[in-house]
Ligand binder design. Structure first.
Ligand code: PHE
Length: 472
């Protein structure tokens, strides 16, 4: 049965092209912007450890499942789920899993683009030497003033959305492959240069012990307003949600990229490469940021502005800082760009398949939709910065619309999507079909994958969900 379907959107030129594109999707703001700040907010070491465990026991098996579904279906996630459900003798309602993914992609891209716009703005700000010898306070004030200006945020959000639409309109295969091949290694190289700088700060050891010394008590317990210590699973949910977010899982991005994967590539091998590269970037980013935080007496839990308030300090102090800083933000923007493309590809592929639209038309339509949703985030940072729509619930009490969008997508929609993908691949598809597609025979590798997606992954995700429910 394998290999009988062909994608109408074409194929990657090789297994490598897929690895590069999927790595481009995985490595992005999630690794460099989000991972350090949520690690800082959730106390460091224990959080990092749980995140790593989630990558291994949940992320890797689900990524394999998502690629295998995509390659077998060879269509947009919505149609792939529909086709595979029919093939396995099940209800076509499975296509709604694809629909939820499209929605999650829109919502994520809406705020992702605003943050990427901030990164883009920093290319210019660093380039003109604004940060030379700047103080932590000075940098924080500059950043906050920028956030207060809806027009500036809107401008950079618009530029980034247009960049995304341009690439998606031309088809994801042309440019991405080439861009990722050079830009990802360059980004990693600059991170290593920054790591060299961080090692020379007085607080390198303190930064490392914050990231790698687990304190489980601090993770699970917090003191509420009444001064009572309460247990919470919220940080575990956030760590798990981030494992999905950072690997681009649970919404069809990896599935749609998998649908362009040549039949002879080994799914297990490509998965290890993507997950390994993604994890390495995040860990190095953390090892750069936390020493800078402690060396300057800053607060690791300061929130989503963390990288924008710490990295400029390093660039302001190191030799050649304006140059490296500019290059760093250019590369960060590229990393975000290759991720944003994958966030709307499932929607675009579906519009082309089912509505007969051209790629260009489908990209513009999806792009405008995300741009509009993006206004919610733009205003969350200024005119609506004290609007907390769900303030009646303890966990959401001080969450802005942007915070809620992030929470809903990363911590609920992606893990739910991933859970359903695991159930579909492990329980509903025939054993022959999955074994055929993974092409590992009946050996220990296949058996381990199957045990993980059949039992471990769904049980782990469900436990975290159930424990997290009593947060509300
Ligand atoms: N993985 C991307 C990042 O870490 C974000 C993303 C999430 C991309 C979901 C596609 C799908 O930045």
């Amino acid at each position: 049965m394998a290999g009988i379907r062909e994608s109408i959107h074409g194929q990657w030129s090789s297994r490598w092209a897929f690895v590069l594109a999927a790595t481009g999707s995985a490595v992005g703001l999630g690794n460099i912007w989000k991972f350090p700040y949520i690690t800082g907010e959730n106390g460091g070491g224990a959080f990092v450890l749980i995140y790593l465990v989630c990558i291994v026991i949940i992320g890797v098996p689900i990524m394999m499942s998502e690629i295998l579904l995509g390659r077998r279906g060879r269509q947009s996630p919505i149609n792939t789920m529909r086709t595979l459900a029919i093939e396995a003798g099940h209800n076509t309602n499975w296509q709604w899993l694809g629909v939820m993914g499209v929605l999650a992609g829109f919502l994520i891209l809406s705020y992702y683009s605003v943050i990427a716009g901030i990164a883009l703005f920093h290319v210019f700000r660093t380039g003109v030497g604004t940060f030379d010898n700047a103080t932590p306070d000075g940098i924080a004030t500059l950043f906050n003033t920028f956030l207060d200006d809806p027009q500036a945020l809107l401008f950079w959000h618009t530029v980034f959305m247009v960049m995304t639409m341009l690439v998606v309109a031309r088809g994801v295969r042309g440019g991405i492959e080439k861009a990722v091949k050079f830009l990802m290694p360059a980004l990693f190289l600059i991170l290593l240069i920054l790591l060299g700088y961080a090692m020379n700060t007085a607080a390198f050891d303190q930064g490392l012990s914050f990231m790698f010394k687990p304190d489980f008590h601090a993770l699970f317990y917090y003191t509420n307003d009444a001064g009572i210590e309460v247990m919470t699973w919220n940080p575990v949910l956030i760590a798990m949600g981030h494992a999905f977010f950072t690997l681009s899982l649970g919404m069809g991005a990896i599935m749609v990229y998998g649908s362009y994967l040549p039949q002879n590539a080994s799914i297990a091998r490509v998965t290890f490469m993507i997950a390994g590269a993604d994890t390495a970037v995040a860990i190095v980013a953390g090892m750069v940021i936390f020493p800078i935080v402690f060396a300057n007496n800053l607060e690791p839990g300061m929130g989503f502005g963390l990288i924008f308030k710490t990295l400029p300090l390093a660039f302001g102090q190191m030799p050649g800082g304006a140059f490296f800083g500019t290059l760093f933000f250019i590369l960060l923007t590229f990393a975000a760009w290759t991720s944003s493309i994958s966030l709307i590809e499932p929607a675009v592929a579906w519009l082309v398949e089912n509505r007969g639209m051209s790629r260009a038309g489908a990209s513009v339509l999806s792009g405008i939709t995300c741009w509009l949703f993006g206004l919610l985030t733009v205003f969350s940072f200024n005119i609506w910065s004290d609007v907390y729509p769900l303030h009646m619930f303890e966990v959401f009490r001080e969450k802005t619309i942007f915070d809620l969008l992030d929470y809903l997508t990363a911590n609920i929609m992606l893990p739910l999507g991933g859970l359903l993908i695991a159930i579909f691949a492990a329980w509903l598809m025939s054993r022959d079909a999955t074994r055929d597609e993974l092409d590992m025979g009946e050996g220990p590798a296949y058996i381990s994958w199957r045990v993980l997606v059949r039992y471990i992954t769904p049980i782990a995700v469900s436990i975290v969900f159930l424990r997290a429910i009593d947060l509300i």
